[in-house]
Design a protein around this ligand. Sequence first.
Ligand code: ATP
Length: 300
Amino acid sequence: VIVLISSVAVLSEVYGDLLRAAGATERLMELLAARSPVAEPTSPRPLPPTERGSRVAFNGLRFHYPSRPQTAALADIDLEVKPGETVALVGPSGAGKSTVFQLLLRFYDAEAGSVRVDGVDVREASLQSLRERIGIVPQDSVIFSTSALENIRYGRPGATDDEVIAAAKAAFAHEFIMALPQGYQSFLGERGVRLSGGQRQRISIARAILKNPPLLLLDEATSALDAESERMVQAALEAAMAHRTTLVIAHRLATVQQADRIVVMESGRIVDQGTHAELIERGGLYARLAAMQFGLESPA
Ligand code: ATP
């Protein structure tokens, strides 16, 4: 249930209006509305322009969920992510990876320490400016009951059709959309064309590419795809990660191998960091996780 609510929460602020439009139940909307414990600053600081992507800094971060005051979901988190860098977060279930995203998006405020995006403490930026700067590819891609064209346009509502199509091409979604009965006008969702898992993910990646944010948060899907779909999703993700800062909750070997840096989390703390090769060599928690998740041999 926690996992479900937290992934809905990550979606909620970004897709709140869309959920409403898509006819989400009153109950769900209530749940989402009840979860906004943060206050808007009275005189928000503007986020400065970025060139190669956002700079993100966590300093002495400590956080527990209001419903679990005894358990630190994050403790002593110090992490600097440079513009354009791709950082993979890995760690066992419950390590705090999604919580890092929730604090970046300011669904909650830290108990101690700070989160800065492009030098501005997230508590000093307006929620709108902060969330405009951040794109999200969630673990479960939401497909709305509308055309393929409009489904992608949710990434940036003012985008032209040509811009939507360019994003679909970059996300390796163009070909399968063109093969649908009415191409981009094909109706998707429950009463429309049913897409495969990999196709849904590529729609979601196309939205992020269309939004073109300086900071991308990617929660990789854990569900297995067939080899062909896997290859296309991977290529789409690479396109989405290029030319911006990316934080990715990684479940795939290709992703961690390509990350500039892997941050290993356990019980709310950062316990190690380095490249895939360095961490495998070290033979710690990462090597054990890699052996489990990717079937790699752990050095004895
Ligand atoms: P997973 O890989 O399973 O998604 P994770 O590394 O993303 O795990 P988090 O979801 O960040 O871990 O969870 C960190 C801790 O906070 C866990 O102990 C979890 O049970 C708890 N937690 C997460 N979301 C909530 C919530 N909404 N309310 C209370 N506790 C939560």
